[in-house]
Write a protein that binds this ligand. Structure first.
Ligand SMILES: Cc1ncc(C[n+]2csc(CCOP(=O)(O)OP(=O)(O)O)c2C)c(N)n1
Ligand code: SF4
Length: 256
């Protein structure tokens, strides 16, 4: 019988520890498929974050290194510079990348480090129980914004892809989502490109993935997907924010 669907070799046998309906699992699969298809599993090193994906090293079937909160880009820089033959990526949430690790990601991007960054933006701190993140939307409820985020009190959401695409060192930056099958296919293309660029010696590559956190948003998984579409995408438009190969300027190809 012909096999038409199977588990990527780059995913381990262990069960994910994510909540029901959480989109971290879909993203793990897309990373694993990309690594399998590019034939780079034996030389891939993932840098696991602090956040709900802290056990990512348990789920991927290739080498992984843990990093302190927000410091994954610095750890990845060290690995890539000392072992340029390795394909190195970080996996980071919005609390990890855009709060405690803001300086790390900005400087890795501006240095043009030849790494790949998978940035999971679910607009909240998931692992610690739902506190406001830098990406929390204006008006959004969180444990630390019980009356909704207010710009005058908490500032505005940080738009990471837009911000980093202004840096000359950045090679490729795209924002995608995984809210339905069509968007999952697009997300896969972006993730694979971000790895392929590194194989071709190009960096810095970042894919921002708009994701759900049904548990901390207090929503059923399907409702969370609708909420993402209706509320997150208008604030964080999908699209290619930088592709040095295509000569696109920052934001030039942001989609509707
Ligand atoms: C130095 C340090 N400060 C704070 C924490 C607590 N902490 C753990 S996870 C986390 C936020 C994670 O949120 P995010 O990066 O958005 O990932 P998610 O859990 O939503 O996937 C925080 C503040 C920590 N582990 N280490
Ligand atoms: S708390 Fe949120 S981000 Fe973390 S596993 Fe659960 S649904 Fe996913």
């Amino acid at each position: 019988m012909e096999k038409v669907f199977e588990k990527p070799v780059s995913i381990d046998e262990k069960h994910f520890s994510y909540c029901a309906g959480c989109t971290h699992g879909i993203i793990h699969r897309l990373i694993a498929e990309s690594i399998d298809e590019l034939g780079i599993r034996e030389r891939t090193v993932g840098v696991s974050p602090v956040g709900c994906a802290v056990f990512a090293y348990e789920f991927f079937n290739f080498d992984c290194v843990g990093a302190a909160h927000g410091r994954a880009p610095a750890v990845a820089t060290g690995i890539k510079r000392s072992r340029p033959d390795c394909i190195v990526f970080t996996y980071q949430g919005d609390g990890d990348l855009a709060a405690i690790g803001t300086a790390e990601i900005v400087h890795a991007a501006t240095r043009g480090e030849k790494i790949t960054v998978i940035f999971v933006n679910n607009a909240i701190y998931g692992m610690t129980g739902g506190q406001m993140a830098p990406t929390t939307l204006i008006g959004q409820y969180s444990e630390t914004t019980p009356y909704g985020r207010k710009a005058e009190l908490h500032g505005f959401p940080i738009k990471v892809s837009e911000m980093l695409s202004t840096l000359e060192g950045a090679q490729f930056i795209q924002r995608v989502t995984v809210m339905n099958p069509a968007s999952v296919i697009k997300a896969k293309q972006a993730i694979k490109k971000a790895f392929k660029n590194q194989v071709d010696g190009k960096g810095f590559n970042l894919v921002e993935i708009l994701s759900t956190c049904p548990s901390c948003w207090g929503m059923a998984p399907l409702k969370a997907l609708d909420w993402l579409k209706e509320n997150m995408i208008p604030v964080f438009p999908l699209g290619v924010y930088k592709d040095r190969d295509a000569g696109e300027a920052a934001g030039a190809k942001a989609e509707e």
